[in-house]
Ligand binder design. Sequence first.
Ligand code: HEC
Length: 135
Amino acid sequence: MSVKPVKINLSVVLLPAIILMMSACTKSYIRMPDEGVVIKDSTLTIDSVHFSADIKPIFSANCTSCHFAGGDNPGLESENVYSNLITGNYINISDPENSDLFIKGDGTPGHADSYLTSYEHAKIITWIQQGALDN
Ligand code: HEC
């Protein structure tokens, strides 16, 4: 009677283990794509928003590569962004969501949101609700 050597195919054991480890690793780095949707979540509260500290940096980080002075309208460069938004009528204080900043000429949601996270959008909306001050 001969004893058959038991062969363990290592790849059968290791492969699922490696896949498991890899998925465990990558999971912690996955950042969900943000769809630029307004946060309707009532648990989110944004207290006071200041134009210079909170809003200008959003435009600088997301918009001024195209909307620089002399570039696409509206100019969102930090020196003139406030007056450009106000004189260009891009802000609708009585109906912030329908500000031209977010709405295209034909009334559909504009392209600005594709460059903003929902949190950034909510901050801008809050700033408008608080009177769109140059604060
Ligand atoms: C890659 C270049 C680019 C970036 C980045 C960009 N825009 Fe624009 N934007 C344009 C161009 C080009 C136009 C004018 C043409 C058009 O879309 O009709 C425009 C038009 C606009 C308008 C006019 C209304 C409309 O929707 O057409 C607004 C308001 C606006 N952008 C806001 C923003 C804001 C706010 C950001 C950042 C959150 C931003 N844009 C980022 C290129 C850009």
